[in-house]
Design a protein around this ligand. Structure first.
Ligand code: 13P
Length: 340
């Protein structure tokens, strides 16, 4: 493994307080998001939407990397420019989602394990040739009565570590995403306990599989009360719980922690990331950044509605969210930014 390009990519992704834009929805997920706002679900509308994103002027000032999906990494603008080329020209490093989805875990009702290791070495070398320099694999952990189980945590952590080792071998920075889901009535404390257990296991497996921590990115959930928990918390409490959990479980050699948004509103995700950086930034070994899909894209998607006439308004909204999150990386985001 050649460590230097991996470390350089990991550094470039988050330089100047930038973060990642996840635009790697599978066709099924993308269609679901389109259906919810009345956009027809075709390959052409998915392509047109991704063209809207990659041609947004100035996006590269706040976005260091964009995570693509297998369909998208092969697509082009109407003019014929491949999306990968457009991103690179905008200063945005192309990345790729490489897992093949979370499937029911045998013997563990209500729990899932992420698949995609078979044939992964060959797929990674193809994606590298297509221009990707980092990759993503998402594991999902649900909280509920009697879950998560050790079986679910261990199976997912091991798959994440095997994926990460293959990525580094192929010259791609692995984004390691163990997502503890927000759905449920659980408390903030329960989310913290589960997130810590999952992260401890993930780093144990990453060590066993000889993953170079300096050349990877962690993409965790924020520590939050469940979405149905009556006792919701202020941004400061969420910031404290999240950072304290990460400090206990994430080695200092990891260069950056880039949160997923997980269904939080765009404004809450920015405010919470901001609170973490405002309170802790100068004392942390890793950068605290973002790798949001919904919390960057959703306002733009709702404005676009699939119509050419709305492209420019949607692009402004996308840029605005990216800038808000860039500001949150240095504790300079405020509600006033939403009014301008
Ligand atoms: P959300 O920010 O919408 O949770 O998506 C992030 C992601 O990439 C999930 O894998």
């Amino acid at each position: 493994m050649n460590s230097r390009p991996l470390i350089e990519t990991a550094t470039r992704l988050f330089a100047n307080n930038k973060g990642l834009l996840a635009m790697d929805e599978s066709n099924g997920t993308c269609n679901k998001r389109f259906a919810a706002v009345g956009i027809p679900q075709t390959e052409e509308t998915r392509r047109a939407y991704r063209e809207l994103i990659v041609t947004t002027q100035g996006l590269g000032e706040s976005i260091g990397g964009a995570i693509l999906y297998d369909e998208t990494i092969r697509q082009q603008e109407r003019s014929g420019t491949p999306f990968v080329k457009a991103l690179i020209e905008a200063g945005i490093i192309p990345g790729i989602k490489v897992d093949t989805g979370a499937k029911e875990l045998a013997g563990h009702p209500g729990e899932k394990v992420t698949e995609g290791l078979d044939g992964l070495r060959d797929r990674l070398s193809e994606y590298y040739r297509l221009g990707a320099r980092f990759a993503k694999w998402r594991a999902v952990i649900a909280i509920g009565k009697g879950i998560p189980s050790r079986g679910c945590i261990e199976a997912n952590a091991q798959a994440l570590a095997r994926y990460a080792a293959l990525c580094q071998e192929a010259g791609l920075v692995p984004v390691v995403e163990p997502e503890v889901l927000m759905e449920g009535g659980h408390s903030l404390e329960r989310c913290s306990e589960v997130t810590e257990e999952v992260l401890q296991q993930v780093f144990c497996e990453l060590y066993t599989q000889r993953v170079m921590l300096e050349g990877m990115i962690l993409k965790p959930n924020m520590v939050l009360p469940g979405s149905a928990c009556p006792n919701q918390k202020a941004g400061e409490e969420i910031a404290d719980a999240t950072v304290n959990c990460l400090l206990r479980a994430v080695p200092a050699a990891v260069p950056a922690v880039a949160f997923l948004s997980g269904g939080q509103s765009a404004e809450l995700a920015s405010a919470r990331l901001n609170a973490m950086n405002l309170r802790f930034k100068s004392r942390l070994p890793w950068a605290l950044a973002f790798s949001f899909a919904r919390a960057i894209q959703q306002p733009a998607l709702e404005l676009w509605k699939g119509l050419d006439a709305n492209v420019s308004a949607a692009q402004s909204a996308l840029c605005h969210r990216a800038r808000c999150n860039q500001a949150a990386r240095s504790g300079q985001y405020s509600a006033a930014m939403e009014k301008n």
